[in-house]
Design a protein around this ligand. Structure first.
Ligand code: GA4
Length: 289
């Protein structure tokens, strides 16, 4: 795992013990929502920064062939303020699917983070996991729908579903249906397509974990290409620390005389900077020493 985090900032988790039913149920609810008439969906939008979004990504002009629901999670529970339909009694199955999925995936993220600490031989075992498990942790949840784009079917050209970027948080856990599209960048800048696997989870190292490991782990640049004929549905959990948390290399990881590659900042500051940036920007650049 440590090798994968150093080389790719990315890996796949199999045999995780989370019943496929939990993923299938949430996927079904997501598909139901994205199949609603556009006017209905728009009632929960535009996303700024939470709610229903269509083609526009973030506040600075990025676009993609994607529609999505972005949820804020505060004190471990979903906030539906931007999404009136989810407050209706009729949405109770959607809400329970979200809650069930979220608790399973948060636990998985925490276990994976503990294995990372173990792999790095640092104590305590929960140095990373305690940040996302904290009552005040800053968690985001995202449902993405990449509709098929028939115009591009059979053509040797691909449409960007979600443009290249790294995730600002500590860790992201992604699950998608059986439609391909996710690509990750290798260290030499080449792009590799990740075969879809609806029973597994994919882990992205985020910028904050890169900083906490003083660059040992790399946040992974990734993107999604839209498919000509099949729709892709993905669900992503983003685990961030509490707003006031200082993001800095862990002292127990630093070698003798090793200096931090980054100047000090809090998660709140980093997020603020992220929301001022374009999707593809190298956001850690302005925090490097
Ligand atoms: C990338 C990771 C998460 O999807 C996200 C994204 C957020 C958004 O879609 O609103 C951002 C993007 C993400 C990074 C830079 C900013 C913010 C769009 C954008 C241009 C929810 C997040 O936390 O950062």
């Amino acid at each position: 795992m440590v090798k994968a985090c150093r080389e790719f900032g990315f890996f796949k988790v199999t045999n995780h013990g989370i019943p496929i039913d939990i993923m299938a149920k949430l996927e079904e609810e997501a598909v139901k929502f994205f199949s609603l008439p556009q006017v209905e969906k728009e009632k929960s939008g535009p996303s700024n920064p939470f709610g229903y979004g269509n083609k526009r990504i973030g506040p600075n002009g990025d676009v993609g062939w994607v529609e999505y629901l972005l949820f804020a999670v505060t004190s471990k529970s979903f906030s539906y303020t931007a999404m009136p339909f989810l407050q209706e009694p009729s949405a109770s199955s959607f809400r329970s699917a979200l809650n069930e999925y979220m608790s399973a995936v948060r636990k998985l993220a925490s276990e994976v983070l503990e294995l990372m600490a173990e792999g790095l031989k640092i104590e305590p075992r929960n140095v990373f996991s305690k940040l996302v498990m904290d009552e005040k942790s800053d968690e985001i949840f995202r449902l993405n729908h990449y509709p098929p784009c028939p115009l591009f079917q059979g053509l040797n050209y691909s449409l960007t579903g979600f443009g290249e970027h790294t995730d600002p948080q500590i860790i992201s856990v992604l699950r998608s249906n059986n439609t391909q599209g996710l690509e990750i960048a290798l260290r030499d800048g080449s792009w590799v397509s990740v075969p879809s696997d609806q029973e597994s989870f994919f882990i992205n190292i985020g910028d904050s974990l890169q900083v906490m490991t003083n660059g040992r782990f790399k946040s992974v640049r990734h993107r999604v290409l839209a498919n000509g004929s099949k729709s892709r549905v993905s669900m992503i959990y983003f685990g961030g620390p509490p707003q006031t948390e200082r993001i800095a290399p862990l002292p127990q990881l630093m070698g003798e005389g090793e200096q931090s590659l980054y100047r000090e900042f809090t998660w709140e500051e980093y997020k603020k900077a992220a929301y001022k940036s374009r999707l593809a920007d190298y956001r850690l650049g302005q925090f490097e020493k």
